[in-house]
Design a protein around this ligand. Structure first.
Ligand code: NAD
Ligand code: TDX
Length: 336
């Protein structure tokens, strides 16, 4: 396989590149990434010298460069992780999300179609389904009802991917996963923000009452699922991927604080996120029964591994938590 991985310098993309090099070292992996604030080549230090790994600095909106790269490396599969991914930033600056996530996806799909790639896989999110009450699960047949500019941009991209299957018969798949966590997670998202702030003795900002529920998926489990969909996914199908690990935000924050031996006084309830979805929960029956995938990590195991990773990689996140990151942080949380 000769695989183009877009957004491979971000959190999930870099974990996926590691997964591919470990389990399919004979395959070519071309990582194509714009290196926005969220893209970080340090995530790929241990694979950068591998003979079948290549990095290209580029934008998924750049048609000419994509065409050139697909020809040069004889790419036959594309997996699109590239996106603006943070809900809070989408509330501050929605237009960027439309440009990268919608226009970018359409451009990448169109180039993939014109170059006759064998498979196009779009990495989407459970957020496209909107929010759940206290019971029920998102299935692949749940209607799309996105509530944030971010999730609306991802849902729009999904619909374009669907249209390329229906109209042009392109071999596409869409995966919709729940909240990932694990190594290389950018410290603006809940889990790495709380771990690193607690280690720095900073306040831990919990939005609203902290009762919102997310369904957590260890990133290695997600990568294994993506690998399987690339190999065995049926044309045009959507697969939901979830870890059966529903947790309330406040319980996660307390668990992190307690594990690190810090004081719960650091926890501060702050204004709620606008349009804050109450609960996400995935029903992964389809990928489990049709493709034979199953998550391996219970949350309690995954979170311990993750906390240890942040303890062992302080330099990685110290460097990030400066510069542009602090500008954003002050806008979002004030100066504490
Ligand atoms: P991330 O923000 O950590 O990484 C995104 C990467 O995409 C970065 O390396 C960035 O430089 C790159 N990028 C952004 N715009 C680009 C463009 N126009 N052209 C080329 N590269 C560009 O995101 P992540 O958390 O790793 O998420 C990856 C994908 O998975 C996204 O599509 C996201 O919507 C989806 N997703 C993430 C989660 C999660 O919990 N993190 C859950 C469900 C779905
Ligand atoms: O400071 C915070 N305080 C807080 O209470 C932050 C950053 C978050 N939260 C809450 C909001 C959410 O209920 O924690 C929960 C998780 O927030 P995020 O880590 O921002 O994730 P979420 O909004 O759920 O979206 C994530 O999962 C789905 C990814 O960022 C998306 O890219 C993915 O599609």
């Amino acid at each position: 396989m000769k695989l183009l991985v877009t957004g491979g310098a971000g959190f999930i993309g870099s974990n996926f590149v590691h997964h591919m090099i470990k389990f399919h070292p004979e395959d070519t992996v071309v990582n194509y990434d714009l290196l926005t604030y969220a893209g970080n080549l340090e995530n790929l230090k241990d694979v950068e010298d591998h003979p079948n790994y290549h990095f290209i600095h580029g934008d998924i909106r750049n048609r000419e460069l994509l065409e050139y790269i697909i020809d040069q490396y004889q790419i036959d599969m594309v997996v699109n992780f590239a996106a603006e991914s943070h809900v809070d930033r989408s509330i501050i600056e929605p237009d960027l999300f439309i440009k990268s996530n919608v226009i970018g996806t359409q451009n990448l799909l169109d180039v993939s179609k014109s170059k006759h790639v064998r498979k196009y896989l779009q990495i989407s999110t459970d957020e496209v389904y909107g929010t759940l009450g206290s019971d029920g699960y998102f299935k692949e047949t749940t209607p799309l009802a996105p509530n944030s500019p971010y999730s609306a941009s991802k849902a729009s991209a999904d619909l374009i991917v669907r249209a390329y299957y229906e109209t042009y018969g392109m071999n596409v798949n869409i995966t919709r996963c729940s909240n990932n966590y694990g190594p290389y997670h950018f410290p603006e998202k809940l889990i790495p923000l709380m771990i690193t702030n607690a280690l720095e003795g900073k306040e831990l900002p919990v939005y609203g009452d902290g009762q919102n529920v997310r369904d957590w998926l260890y990133v290695e489990d997600h990568c294994a699922a993506i690998d399987l969909v690339l190999q065995k996914g049926k044309p045009g199908e959507v697969y939901n991927i979830g870890g059966h690990n529903e947790k309330r935000n406040i319980d996660i924050v307390e668990l992190i604080v307690d594990t690190l031996g810090k004081s719960r006084d650091l926890i501060k309830h702050v204004s709620d996120r606008l349009g804050h979805d109450r609960r996400y929960a995935i029903d992964p029956t389809k990928i489990e029964t049709e493709l034979g995938w199953k998550s391996q990590y219970m949350f309690e195991t995954g979170i311990k591994k993750t906390i240890q990773w942040y303890l062992d990689h302080k330099n990685w996140w110290y460097k990030i938590k400066s510069g542009e990151y602090m500008d954003y942080y002050k806008k979002q949380y004030g100066s504490k």
